[in-house]
Design a binder for this molecule. Structure first.
Ligand code: HEM
Length: 196
C-alpha cells in the first residue's frame, strides 16, 4: 500500500478521516444547528491559520532573509516558491472572510457586528466587529494591493523593468502593514468567546 504521507492531498484526507473517527469516539459529532456554527468556526480557524501562517512566513522569514540571498539566486525563489505561497495565501484570505461572515450570520450578529455595535449596544458584537473590519481591511490589501504588485514582481503582468522594485516595495510595505494589523485583529477575534 502506498504511504499516504507521500502525497499532500492524501495526507489532508487522512487528517479529515482521523478527525471524524476521533469526534465519533469522543461523542463530539452531533450534526445539528449548533454543530454547523461550530463547523464554520473550524473552517474559519483552518483558513485563518493558513493565511496568517503565510503572512508571518513572508514577514518573519522570507523578507528578512531575501537580502542575504545572492542576487542571481533570487529569481529561483520568485519562480518556484512565491507562486504557490501566494496561491494559498490569497485563497486562504478569501476563505477566512467567507467562513467568518457565515459564522457571524449563523451567530445572528452579522449586522450589529459590522455596524460596530451601533445598532444595539452589545459589547461582544462591537468587539468581534472591530476584529472583522480589521480582517476585511487585511483581505482587501491581499487581493487589491499585494497580489497585483506581486504579479508585476513575478512577471505575470508585464511592466517596465524599473517598476518591478517599486511593486516589490509596495507589496512588502502592505504585507508589513497587515502583519501589524494581525496583532489587534487576533485580539478581538479571540476576545469574542473569552471576555464577554
Ligand atoms: C486574518 C484574519 C482572521 C483570523 C486570523 C481570524 C481568526 C479567528 C479566531 C482564532 C477566532 C476565534 C475562534 C474561537 O474563539 O473559537 C475567530 C472568530 C471569528 N471570526 Fe475571525 N479571523 C479572521 C478574520 C475574520 C474576518 C475577516 C471575519 C468576518 C468578516 C471574521 C469573523 C469571525 C467571527 C464571526 C468569529 C466568531 C466570534 C465568536 O466567537 O462569536 N474573522 N476568528
Amino acid at each position: 500500500m502506498k504511504n499516504p504521507l507521500d502525497s499532500l492531498g492524501q495526507t489532508i484526507l487522512a487528517g479529515v478521516v482521523i478527525a471524524v473517527i476521533l469526534a465519533l469516539l469522543a461523542n463530539a459529532l452531533h450534526i445539528d444547528a449548533n454543530w454547523w456554527a461550530f463547523f464554520f468556526r473550524w473552517l474559519h480557524v483552518l483558513s485563518a491559520v493558513m493565511w496568517i501562517g503565510l503572512l508571518w512566513y513572508f514577514n518573519f522569514v522570507q523578507a528578512v532573509n531575501m537580502p542575504k540571498v545572492p542576487a542571481d539566486q533570487r529569481p529561483t525563489i520568485i519562480k518556484h516558491i512565491l507562486p504557490d505561497a501566494l496561491f494559498w495565501f490569497r485563497w486562504a484570505a478569501l476563505s477566512t472572510v467567507v467562513t467568518g461572515l457565515i459564522l457571524a450570520w449563523l451567530n445572528n450578529y452579522i449586522g450589529n457586528a459590522l455596524a460596530l455595535g451601533f445598532l444595539a449596544d452589545v459589547p461582544k458584537d462591537r468587539a468581534i466587529g472591530i476584529g472583522m473590519w480589521l480582517g476585511l481591511i487585511m483581505a482587501f490589501n491581499v487581493w487589491f494591493i499585494i497580489w497585483p504588485n506581486q504579479q508585476k514582481v513575478m512577471g505575470l503582468v508585464e511592466v517596465p523593468a524599473d517598476q518591478r522594485p517599486k511593486a516589490a516595495r509596495m507589496a512588502g510595505v502592505t504585507s508589513r502593514f497587515n502583519t501589524m494589523l494581525s496583532v489587534p485583529m487576533l485580539y478581538f477575534m479571540v476576545s469574542a468567546q473569552n471576555i464577554f
